[in-house]
Design a protein around this ligand. Structure first.
Ligand SMILES: [Ca+2]
Ligand SMILES: [Ca+2]
Length: 401
């Protein structure tokens, strides 16, 4: 036993005496090191696991816990946390190692943000553009040229941990901003073109009108629905307002951060796997409900996800980082300029996109999208003043380390 190990053992034993109850089976060699200050955790906190761990009670392992699992903190006894896990409708109480979790953040306007660890991944598609076009034949945009920009697949390191909104920004959250600042969006100002896009329930048609904006899209948009018809410029203005309000840096994710967070360790087309029909369980996409509304669409999946238009945020299964609706519901603006051949020149560490450009990137697919567009690797772009009923945003909170 080296000096470091033995000193950790002493601390652990000392705390075990104070705590009175902790997993007695833990040996010195697998005793986790304290990675966070105890003040990061408070009883009642909603936390999310960032690596596989075990829920223990004494010598017994009660459950194996996958990354992205939500737990509620009871007692804090570093390096252990007493937590409650909801499993099969029952609450299971036990202990986990602090090193397996990071705290969720809930900010002053109720935005929940999940910790995203630093790490590396392969950005872009592992499938050749021709293969993607072939696999999704019959859907919109089946030409291989639509997918060339996902190549070359390349290694990217995200060197700093950050927090990311677990949900898309909602209508209710955007309204707080618009009312407090009397902000007028590009749709309301008529930048570049009049109004925005929406649904005319009388004609059953989707189209552009000066009547449309984030306030009126023609389909149901409660305060819990994702805001749409906001431009990249509007999205950045929202982030800037939030930064000033809280004295912390809120921003749009870089394109690399977005894909890294969406994949959450997966290398498949979607975070649930490769099958487009499986999307119905994890995302609101163009599905049988949409097909019933728009019979001329030839791209919806056969499965039902239950929503013809946008869904309230958080109705589907989250990914391993605890993020909801990364596939589908609404596309999400990213910070970067779009560069068609950027992947061939991208730096390995924390790429920020091209220094200049014409369009901004948005990601993830939407309620109206074909499943090819909902892939983790798929890239879309529009001018900074562009807006649509399928595009919204999600925010990132810079490092809180
Ligand atoms: Ca749908
Ligand atoms: Ca989304």
């Amino acid at each position: 036993m080296n000096t470091k190990t033995s000193s950790i053992l002493c601390v652990v034993l000392w705390m075990a005496v104070l705590a009175g109850s902790w997993p007695a089976a833990t040996q010195a060699d697998d005793a986790p090191e304290l990675t966070r200050e105890p003040s990061h955790f408070q009883p009642g906190d909603d936390i999310v696991t960032r690596q596989p761990t075990a829920l223990r009670a004494g010598t017994e392992t009660l459950a194996s816990i996958a990354p992205g699992t939500h737990l509620v903190v009871g007692k804090v006894n570093p390096p252990w946390l007493a937590v409650t896990l909801q499993q099969d409708g029952k609450a299971v109480a036990g202990w986990i190692s602090i090193s397996a979790v990071s705290p969720m953040v809930t900010n002053s306007i109720g935005i929940k943000l999940a910790p995203i660890p630093a790490g590396e991944f392969l950005m872009g598609s592992g499938e050749a553009a021709e293969d993607v076009a072939q696999a999704f034949k019959g859907q919109e945009g089946p030409s291989p040229s639509n997918f060339e920009d996902e190549h070359p697949q390349h290694r990217v390191r995200i060197t700093r941990p950050f927090h990311m909104g677990v949900h898309e920004i909602t209508v209710g959250q955007f309204r707080l901003f618009a009312e407090e600042t009397r902000y007028r969006t590009d749709a309301e100002k008529g930048t570049e073109f009049e109004g925005a896009f929406g649904f005319d329930s009388e004609t059953g048609e989707l189209g552009q009108s000066k009547e449309y904006s984030w306030r009126n899209v023609g389909f149901e948009q409660s305060d819990e629905h994702p805001v749409v018809n906001v431009s990249w410029t509007d999205a950045v203005a929202f982030c800037n307002w939030l930064s000033l309000k809280e004295g912390k840096l809120y921003r749009l994710p870089t394109e690399a951060e977005w894909e890294y967070a969406c994949r959450a360790g997966t290398a498949t087309r979607y975070y649930h796997g490769d099958g487009p029909e499986g999307l119905a369980a994890v995302a609101n996409v163009a599905d049988a409900s949409a097909k019933a509304k728009f019979s001329d669409w030839d791209w919806p999946i056969a499965a039902q996800d239950g929503y013809a238009f946008a869904a309230p945020v958080g109705k589907f299964k989250p990914n391993a980082f605890g993020l909801y609706d990364m596939h589908g519901n609404v596309y999400e603006w990213c910070a970067d300029w779009y560069g068609e051949d950027y992947y061939s020149q991208s730096p390995e560490d924390d790429p920020q996109g091209p220094a200049a450009g014409f369009d901004r990137v948005y990601r993830g697919g939407s309620w109206a999208s074909s499943t090819v567009s909902c892939r983790s690797a798929c890239r879309r772009m529009d001018e900074p003043a562009g807006r649509s009923f399928v595009i919204g945003l999600r925010v990132v909170l810079g490092s809180v380390e």
